[in-house]
Structures are given as C-alpha cells and as structure tokens.
Design a protein around this ligand. Structure first.
Ligand SMILES: Cc1ncc(COP(=O)(O)O)c(C=O)c1O
Length: 381
C-alpha cells in the first residue's frame, strides 16, 4: 500500500483516512451516539475515552482529515465557526493586545469589539493588507495574537500570511488565520508560518448548507492549544455526532468542489467586470484586483468561489438586482453547492464598512452560463 503521508489532498479526502471498520467491514465511518464510555474494573478507561463532550470517535474522522489537509499537529471541531474563533480568543488573558482586520466576518468583528473587550482583551482593528500599518500597530511583548481572514469577507481583501507571520513572531505574537474562504485546498496557512487556522466548517468544508460547524487546527501542541482544548470541553460548544458525520461526508468531495467553484467564480468575475450595469467586480483572481499578486503566490489551484459586485445605481439598484434573480438564491452564508446572492451591508448594519451597492456572490456548482444569464437579466431589468 502506498504511504498516506504521500497522498494528495484529493486522495486523502476521498478516503478520509478512517479506513474500514474492523467490526462490521463498513466502508464508511459510523456515527457513535453514545454520550459515555466503559470504565475498566481497574478504574482506567481502556478505550481512551471518558465522556462525549471531549471525546467521540466521530469527531476524530473529520478532525484527523483536516489536520492532514492543513499540515498541522492537531485539530478540534466546534459547534460553529464562531465557537471555534471565540475559543481561541478566550485562551488569551485579560489585558492581551489583539489585532484583527478592519474588513472581516462581521459577527466576529462585533463580538471582538463588544464582548472580548468586556472580558479584558485589548482589541485593535487594522487594515491587515497594509503591512506598514500592521507593523506600526503591533506592540512587541503586548500583542499576543494577530488575526487574519484571507480572502476576507466580503471585499475578498488579501493579506500576506508569510509577511504577517514574520511581523507577528518578531513581536512574540501568534498568528491565527480564518481560512474559511480558501480552505486547505487553496491555501495552507501553517506552511506559510501561521500558528493556527480557523474554519467555519459550515461553509466549504461541509459544502452542502446542512451543518453548522467550526474547526481549529494548530501547528504546535503547546500550552496555548491545551487551553483551547479546555475551552472546547469546558465551555461545551461541541459538535453533535451526526453533524460530525455529515461534515466528514462533505469533506470527501472538498478538493473537487473547491476547484469547480473557483473555476466558475473566475469565469463569472471576468464576464461581470465588463458588464454595463456593474461598477466593479471584486475577485482576487482578477489581475487588476489589489492583492492579486499575493493571492497568486499564496493560493494554489484557484481563488475560491466567492466574489462581490458593486452595482451601478447604488443601494436601491443592488437590492432590486437581488430581488430579480430566479436561479441564484437570496440567502446569507456561502460555500454550498447552490449559488447564493446577498446584499451585504443591510445584514451587517449601520457600522458596516461594506459599500451599500455591494452584492456578495457565493458561486456553487451550477453551469456558469446559467448563473451569468440569470444575473444579466436581473441587472438589466
Ligand atoms: C469567514 C467566516 N468566518 C467565520 C464565520 C462564522 O461561522 P459560523 O456561522 O459557522 O459560526 C463565517 C460565517 O459566515 C464566515 O463567513
């Protein structure tokens, strides 16, 4: 048998690394609903598991596969992407200085500014694509974490993971990357120097819009990671066994879905950028996009399935365009097989830095011609 260490992401994902169940011969992993595990007469736990809040064999399938795909040392699954992200910040200490991007997933930005600060974190938002601004904001010895999201929601701003890792490490800070949009198929932040990777597994990792889940991957099994693990079990934001099973099933097709979505988004971005009703198409794969060169260096195999368009005629025209689509689905979220369209600033509220004329597009697996034709009629109507 060939060595799984040499397997490509496609092979790793297709096989999940779980192997054949020795008891039943089943080809796919099972679901283990038990909340508790047998204790031996000698008072030990002979199966290595005590209770299902910290331990379930079903968590291990998706977590081990993600660890391999990201090239990490360990992974943990959470009840949502927010549960995963907040577990990282709560492993810091009150008074620690934290840097996060100005444009990022809005609910996490709001939690950082409104809740993490109440807990004593000193949160500063910086344009993390601007290395000079970032270098000026980092406080050696005080900054304990730099948080990146790349490409970042919903302008798809690109941050240079390798350069930021060097700046963060020189100051004694960890670098954590929300890689939800890139996934390990397109970017491997740990190989570029990041210490931690976070995913809203609700999106591409699961890929079918039927599970809310989150994941963290670490490059080092250190004391900080031990605190994160304690936060998972102690706060209790765990994934259920059925959701963990759905997640590993979705992950089996992750490489092929990412490539197809990236191809579709690239073609749509190219066609939409010259559409008469469109002011601007925002997509890291377009050569004129700020950050394109960094994206081309740190992303491999595509630029993901997310793009945004700024519609001529402002907010009203954007909302009317979204109202007229027939194939695209008007809904929040991203990364599923069906394409979604969303007027972003109205969901993010008055403090949003997102332009009011922006529509966010999550490109699924439909034929690009069908997606384009539907958008075209909605834009022209
Ligand atoms: C980039 C990004 N990070 C984190 C999250 C939060 O994930 P969840 O909804 O799974 O809690 C989202 C959700 O939309 C997201 O898009």
């Amino acid at each position: 048998m060939t060595d799984p260490k040499q397997w490509s992401p496609e092979t790793l994902a297709a096989h999940t690394l779980a192997g054949i169940d020795p008891a039943s011969g089943a080809v796919v992993p099972g679901i283990q609903p038990s909340t508790t595990y047998l204790r031996g007469a000698d008072n030990s736990y002979p199966h290595g598991r005590v209770y299902s809040r910290p331990d379930n064999p079903g968590y291990e399938v998706a977590a081990n596969l993600l660890t391999k795909l990201e090239g990490g040392a360990d992974s943990l699954l959470f009840a949502s992407g927010m549960a995963a992200a907040t577990a990282l910040f709560l492993a810091l200490s009150p008074g620690d200085h934290v840097i996060a991007p100005t444009v990022m997933y809005w609910a996490l930005r709001r939690w950082l500014l409104e809740q993490a600060t109440r807990w004593g974190l000193n949160v500063e938002l910086v344009a993390t694509d601007d290395l000079a601004a970032l270098a000026a904001a980092i406080r050696p010895g005080q900054t304990k974490m730099v948080w990146l999201e790349t490409p970042s929601n919903p302008m798809w701003t690109i941050s240079d993971i390798k350069a930021v890792a060097e700046l963060a490490h020189a100051a004694g800070a960890k670098l954590a990357v929300d890689s939800t949009v890139a996934t390990p198929i397109l970017t491997r932040p740990l190989s570029l120097g990041a210490d931690l990777v976070m995913h809203s597994a609700t999106k591409y990792l699961n890929g079918h819009s039927d599970v809310v889940a989150g994941a963290l991957v670490t490059a080092h099994k250190d004391d900080f990671w031990a605190r994160v693990r304690t936060n998972l079990s102690g706060v209790g934001g765990i994934l259920g066994p059925f959701e963990a099973w759905l997640l590993q099933r979705g992950m089996r097709t992750l490489p092929i879905r990412m490539k197809a979505a990236s191809l579709g988004a690239m073609e749509l971005a190219q066609r939409l950028q010259s559409h008469p009703q469109i002011l601007q198409a925002l997509y890291p794969g377009l050569p004129g996009f700020p950050g394109h060169e960094i994206a081309a260096r740190q992303m491999t195999g595509g630029f993901s399935g997310m793009l945004s368009i700024r519609v001529k005629g402002g907010e009203t025209a954007a909302i009317k365009t979204a109202a007229r689509v027939e194939l695209w689905v008007r809904a929040t979220s991203l990364g599923g097989v069906e394409s979604l369209i969303e007027h972003r600033s109205s969901i993010e509220g008055p403090t949003s830095p997102v332009p009011a004329d922006l529509l966010r597009l999550s490109v699924g697996l439909e034929a690009v011609d069908d997606l384009y034709a539907d958008l075209d009629q909605a834009l022209r109507a």
